[in-house]
Write a protein that binds this ligand. Structure first.
Ligand SMILES: [Zn+2]
Length: 151
């Protein structure tokens, strides 16, 4: 039992580290989005893998993409992204809002959008919008899982 509990804590800590690293890379605009890969000389189709309607940049993928917007709005948060906000200000407003659980859920949702993008791009597997949005329910049931995320 203790070993199992220890494993859960390790998995929870790894999840937190992955999420923190992901948010940091997003804020620094160094995620390997198609526009960033193009800047490094890797030529790909530059269209967003999730909606196929705009060039894939971090700003599009997480703030403008119809898929991401629907994930956020159909989640338990019913979250709607404000217009005319850049990613850093968006992340800052989310992380300092004082609502730890909402920040935690939204962070997970953003990461799940990235995971859905990667599955679509590299494995040609489409993720259902509701499956991505449902990650919030897991976090609501396990609020301690990522308790070190913002410490
Ligand atoms: Zn898109």
């Amino acid at each position: 039992m203790e070993t199992m509990l220890g494993s859960c804590l390790i998995i929870g800590s790894l999840t937190v580290l992955v999420l923190r690293s992901f948010l940091w890379r997003l804020a620094k605009n160094i995620l390997p989005t198609k526009d960033n890969l193009r800047k490094k000389g890797i030529l790909l189709d530059e269209t967003c893998s999730l909606c196929n309607s705009a060039p894939e940049t971090a700003l599009h993928l997480f703030m403008d993409c119809a898929f991401a917007r629907q994930v956020f709005s159909s989640s338990v948060l019913s979250y709607h992204i404000l217009e005319n906000m850049d990613i850093c200000n968006w992340l800052r407003s989310m992380l300092v809002c004082g609502d730890f659980l909402s920040a935690q859920i939204l962070s997970s949702l953003i990461h799940k959008v990235w995971t859905a993008r990667n599955m679509q791009l590299y494995q040609q597997k489409a993720c259902s919008l509701l499956a991505v949005a449902s990650v919030a329910e897991f976090n609501l049931r396990n609020p301690e899982a990522n308790r070190f995320l913002f410490s």
